[in-house]
Structure formats: structure tokens, C-alpha cells
Design a protein around this ligand. Structure first.
Ligand code: ADP
Ligand code: MG
Length: 587
């Protein structure tokens, strides 16, 4: 009997779904792209439970007649390419004819569609690949596709979905990418029936960036453009002061499609060379247009990677265009307090300038709210020349101490104003400096754990532990085998007593298996120390006792570079009386 069989189409679709449908965000991406390809001027996305329960995408595009509605869910059914010549000049976002059948093979789907010239709409339902007949129904023209309970019959895959908030953040990221690539379309995103974004087609791209991120970002972008040899570049380049700790804020679009490309990322990095600290990454929005035949988009199932036929030319043109603009721009901007009206909307905080800035603004607002009555009661005048304590009266009772606020920040009076200290960032720096100093002398002092903490590891990770045993030993970590694919931490460094040993080991395993780091021992050690400091440091949201605050402040005096955490974020922000006087319109 022959062993080889041709797979059932539904299994084929489920296999394709493995590549195309990873999580609710992938469904959002595929459905929004279909709406764009259908010529929609308006797209609404609505999700429940981070998309795990429901993803619904509605558009006013060309719609489908009943035959197309049934055909759309067949595998490799597409209206976008007809022959191999079309494949060379793909102008649409989709073309593989895989998304709808894949999605419908791993969820409950209902699609309703109506073309512009039809008098009525039609609907179809598919449950885990089981297709029902197309039925007439009533609906406006355009298409609505609802996807319920993704992976509900495949518990192994459902288990991989993360919490509602994590899934929502992936959905938001996909929505953001598509919204940036297509500012000519009205778009809305709702979660639990609450509108998160309402973006209008008439907006400028800057306005869209402001709504999707923050005014801090949109106001600190420098525009440049170039058009040469068929490559059209439009770029919005973030000023160095809004640079980030990773490349997440580099949005690259090619012919209306969000892509990741290592050549372009490299060109961006080169363009900012010397303008940023080495561990900072610029915010960049790059919009590229080039002839469709100069690039192959058929190299990746979700098309996030493309192949340029002349990658060197693309690299050099982008580098030239960006570098010329950056070098010709005065980038030396004096630091200033953000005006109250540039506050970041709360819903955007996590994905924009990072919660830290919003927290400082909130902390400031809170601080002033608490202390304003005291000020007006005493009718204090800020008179330059007088001592700080005389000028601030009872605002800060302890001169040398500090008022922990929001269980995250310390506020301390200084000679000419006050400083806000990020307790986590400062403690991180202190631990980092101590780690460096001690490691320079010897291995770290460790203590035996009362109960060894076990952790699982793969073969690759076990190899890496073997390979880097000297670094692990030097850090004061003692490991012993603890059964199949399991090890246990027997002793852990005293300096890192604030960290959980098993969690720490997970991060350590990530770092020692990162191919980029293992090639460079110095960089690996540096990353390990930063990670260790971060894990062991007191956290934001942690209440501190008086003596802990005192300890932190005295350590601050002791360590070098206490103004920045090891990742380069500030630990301290200074506010002068002069700035306050200006803000309160006293001058
Ligand atoms: P692809 O986009 O690669 O063609 P899909 O499986 O995503 O494959 O979609 C199959 C077909 O269904 C598309 O080619 C298109 O003709 C039709 N279709 C899908 N979504 C829509 C929509 N929102 N409006 C109109 N037609 C659609
Ligand atoms: Mg598609």
C-alpha cells in the first residue's frame, strides 16, 4: 500500500494557517489588507477580549457577489493574480489566496458582503473549515468579516495566546502599521466596544502619527524626501532626543506595505551615526515607493520581508537622503518641560514615549495639586537670590530627604529647584556599578539557596550554559543538573538578592543563546550586567521605607554616572525654580 496521500483541503488550510495565522493580530492584518485591496475608503475594526473572542472588520469596499463569497474561502482562490506574469508586478497587498481559507479553518467565521450594484447582501458561515451555503441577508454595501473564538478546537494553539492586553497590543501594532501606510483611508479600532482610535482620511501623516503615538513624537520629526532612479523616499526622522532603546519605533513602508529589512535598518543606523548614544535607536517613519517589478514580495508568508533586486542601491539612496538631512539640521535643542497640552493620551502611554514620561508628568501634576493650597495660603513669591527653602516654604519639609510619590518616584529639593528621581532607574545604575566594580576584582559573592530553584532548558540552552560556564561562575551562580532537561540554581549572588533566580535564569538563557551577543564576549557581559541590574533593582510601584530612600540617595552620591540608568535612560530630571516661574507665568 502506498504511504503517500494528497492531503484533504481542510488540512492544507490548517497547515497554511500555521504560517499565516499566529494570533488575533494576524487576522486583523489579513482582513484589513483585504479591505484595502477592495478599494475601501473606510475600515472599522472591532475586537473583544484582545481578539481572542471576536475580530470584526467592516469596510465599504467593492464587496463580493454570492459566487465570489463562496469562492473566497477556497484555498488558493484570489482575484488578484491570474498568471505568472502578474506575480512579477504585484500591486495589491494580498495575492496568495490563503488568508480567508486559513482563518476559516481555525475559527468560526461569518462573512457578509454586498457589491455596489447589487440590491441585496449575502452571507456565508464557516466553522473550522465546515462551509455552509451562501444565504441572502440585508446589509449595506461593502464587506464585514467576523472571526470568533480563534483556535477554539485546537487547544494546543489556543494555549499559546497570551493575555487580553498582550493580544490587544499586538492588534494595535498591526492596526498602527496599516493606518500609517494608508492615511488616505478612514479607520477606527475598538476594543470591548470602546473606541481606541478614530482616524480620518483627511489627516496629514503627522496628525496620524500624533494620534497613534503622541504629540511628543509628531512634533519632533524632521521631514525629508528624495526621488532618484525610480525610488521615491519620504521620511520623517525623529530628533535624537526622542530616540528609543530598541528599533520598535522604526516604521518602514514599501509600496504601502509595512516591511522589515536589515539593509534599510542598517542604512538608518548609519545615517544617525555619531548623533546618538550607541544603545539608542532613532524613531523613523520611512515611506518608500518603487516600481513593483524592482522588488519581490513573494518571499515570506506574511510578506513582512521582501527581496530588492538592487539592495545596494536602495541602501545607499536611503543612507544618502537621511544623512544629508540630519547633518544639515540643527539638532541641538535645549531641554524643556513639556507643556501641559502635549500630554500623551492615557490609552497610548504604553506604546508611545514609554510609561516613564507620562508617569513623570502625572507625578508633577499630582505634586502641584497636593501642594498648591500651601502655596496660595502663604502667597509665596519665588524671589531669585533667596535660599531654596525660604522660597518654597513648607512645600518640601525635609531639605535633604525625598517625598516618594506614586510609589515610583522620589522628589528631592535642590539648591535651585528640585529633582525627580526614577527609583528603579537609579537603583539599576547603582547595582550595575557595584556589579562592575566587584566583577573587576573577583567573582561575585554568592549565597546558597535554602531550596534550590529549578528551571527547564532546551538542548541548545544547555549547550550555551556549558559554553559560558566561566561567566556564569563569575557571576556567583552555581548550577546543578536536576533531572532531564532541568537544572537547579544552588547558589545565587548576594548583590542580586532582589531578583528571582528562576526568572533571572530565563533571561540569562536568552542572552547566552542570542547569536548576535555570543560572538562578542564584552557585549554579552555588558548585556548580562544590564539585565541583572534591571532584574534586581527595586521596581516602579514599590513602596520604600524612609531608610531605603536614605540608602538610595546616599548610594546615588557614591556611584558614577548616576544620572543615567545602564540602558541610557535618565534616572533624574531636574526642574529649576526659573522653569517653574515660567510655567506659572510669574515672569
Ligand atoms: P488574497 O487576498 O491573497 O487574494 P484572501 O484569502 O485574503 O486572498 O482573499 C480571497 C479573495 O477574497 C480576494 O482575492 C478577494 O477577491 C476576496 N475578498 C477578500 N476580502 C474581501 C473584502 N473585504 N472585500 C472584497 N473582496 C474580498
Ligand atoms: Mg488577502
Amino acid at each position: 500500500m502506498s504511504r503517500i496521500v494528497v492531503l484533504d483541503p481542510n488540512i492544507v488550510n490548517m497547515i497554511a494557517a500555521g504560517e499565516v495565522v499566529e494570533r488575533p493580530a494576524s487576522v486583523v492584518k489579513e482582513l484589513m489588507e483585504n479591505s484595502i485591496d477592495a478599494g475601501a475608503g473606510s475600515i472599522s475594526v472591532s475586537v473583544l477580549d484582545g481578539g481572542k473572542n471576536l475580530i470584526s472588520v467592516n469596510d465599504n469596499g467593492c464587496g463580493m457577489d454570492p459566487d465570489d463569497l463562496a469562492a473566497a474561502f477556497e484555498s488558493h482562490a484570489t482575484s488578484k493574480v491570474k498568471n505568472n506574469l502578474d506575480l512579477r508586478t504585484i500591486a495589491t497587498l494580498g495575492f496568495r489566496g490563503e488568508a480567508l481559507p486559513s482563518i476559516a479553518s481555525v475559527a468560526q467565521v461569518r462573512a457578509v458582503s454586498r457589491t455596489k450594484d447589487s440590491t441585496g447582501a449575502h452571507s456565508i458561515e464557516i466553522d473550522y473549515g465546515q462551509k455552509q451555503a451562501v444565504k441572502p441577508c440585508s446589509a449595506d454595501y461593502g464587506t464585514t468579516i467576523e472571526v470568533r473564538d480563534l483556535f477554539y478546537k485546537t487547544p494546543a494553539r489556543r494555549k499559546f495566546l497570551k493575555t487580553r492586553n498582550t493580544e490587544l497590543s499586538h492588534v494595535t501594532e498591526q492596526f498602527t502599521r496599516i493606518a500609517l501606510a494608508h492615511p488616505e483611508i478612514d479607520m477606527t479600532l475598538s476594543h470591548q466596544e470602546k473606541e481606541l482610535y478614530q482616524l480620518y482620511a483627511c489627516q496629514s501623516i503627522r496628525q496620524r502619527i500624533k494620534e497613534l503615538f503622541s504629540s511628543q513624537i509628531s512634533e519632533n520629526l524632521i521631514h525629508t524626501q528624495s526621488e532618484e532612479k525610480g525610488l521615491d523616499i519620504q521620511a520623517l526622522l525623529g530628533r535624537p532626543e526622542i530616540a528609543r532603546t530598541n528599533t520598535r519605533f522604526q516604521y518602514i513602508f514599501l509600496n504601502g506595505r509595512f516591511i522589515r529589512d536589515k539593509f534599510i535598518t542598517h542604512a538608518i543606523r548609519e545615517a544617525y551615526r555619531g548623533l546618538l548614544e550607541p544603545d539608542r535607536f532613532p524613531v523613523v517613519f520611512l515611506f518608500l515607493q518603487m516600481p513593483y517589478e524592482d522588488v519581490d514580495v513573494n518571499v515570506h508568508p506574511t510578506k513582512i520581508e521582501v527581496r530588492f533586486y538592487n539592495a545596494n542601491l536602495v541602501h545607499s539612496q536611503i543612507l544618502g537622503c537621511l544623512r544629508e538631512k540630519l547633518l544639515g539640521t540643527d539638532l541641538d535643542i535645549p531641554a524643556k518641560i513639556a507643556p501641559a497640552d502635549s500630554r500623551i493620551p492615557a490609552s497610548n502611554v504604553a506604546k508611545t514615549t514609554g510609561p516613564e514620561n507620562q508617569k513623570v508628568v502625572d507625578a508633577m501634576a499630582d505634586f502641584f495639586k497636593k501642594h498648591r493650597p500651601v502655596q496660595s495660603q502663604h502667597n509665596l513669591q519665588f524671589t531669585p537670590g533667596k535660599t531654596a527653602s525660604a522660597r518654597t516654604g513648607t512645600i518640601i519639609e525635609k531639605k535633604a530627604g525625598a517625598v516618594q510619590i506614586h510609589e515610583s518616584y522620589l522628589i528631592m529639593q535642590t539648591e535651585d529647584g528640585f529633582v525627580v528621581i526614577d527609583q528603579h532607574a537609579l537603583h539599576e545604575r547603582i547595582i550595575y556599578e557595584d556589579l562592575r566594580a566587584r566583577l573587576g576584582e573577583n567573582k561575585l559573592e554568592s549565597q546558597k539557596l535554602l531550596i534550590p530553584e529549578s528551571f527547564e532548558l532546551t538542548d541548545i540552552q544547555a549547550d550555551a550554559v556549558d559554553k559560558h560556564h566561566d561567566i556564569i561562575e563569575k557571576l556567583g551562580i552555581e548550577l546543578e543538573p536536576f533531572g532531564p532537561k532541568t537544572m537547579a540554581v544552588q547558589a545565587f549572588p548576594v548583590l542580586l538578592s532582589g531578583a528571582n533566580p528562576a526568572e533571572f535564569m530565563q533571561d540569562l538563557l536568552d542572552l547566552i543563546t542570542d547569536p548576535q551577543l555570543t560572538r562578542d564576549t564584552d557585549k554579552l557581559l555588558e548585556e548580562l550586567l544590564c539585565m541583572a541590574a534591571c532584574k534586581a533593582a527595586i521596581k516602579a510601584g514599590q513602596r520604600l521605607t524612609e531608610s531605603e530612600i536614605e540608602q538610595l540617595l546616599s548610594d546615588r552620591e557614591r556611584v558614577q554616572s548616576s544620572s543615567r540608568c545602564p540602558h541610557g535612560r535618565p534616572t533624574t530630571i531636574k526642574f529649576t525654580i526659573g522653569e517653574l516661574e515660567k510655567q506659572f507665568k510669574r515672569t
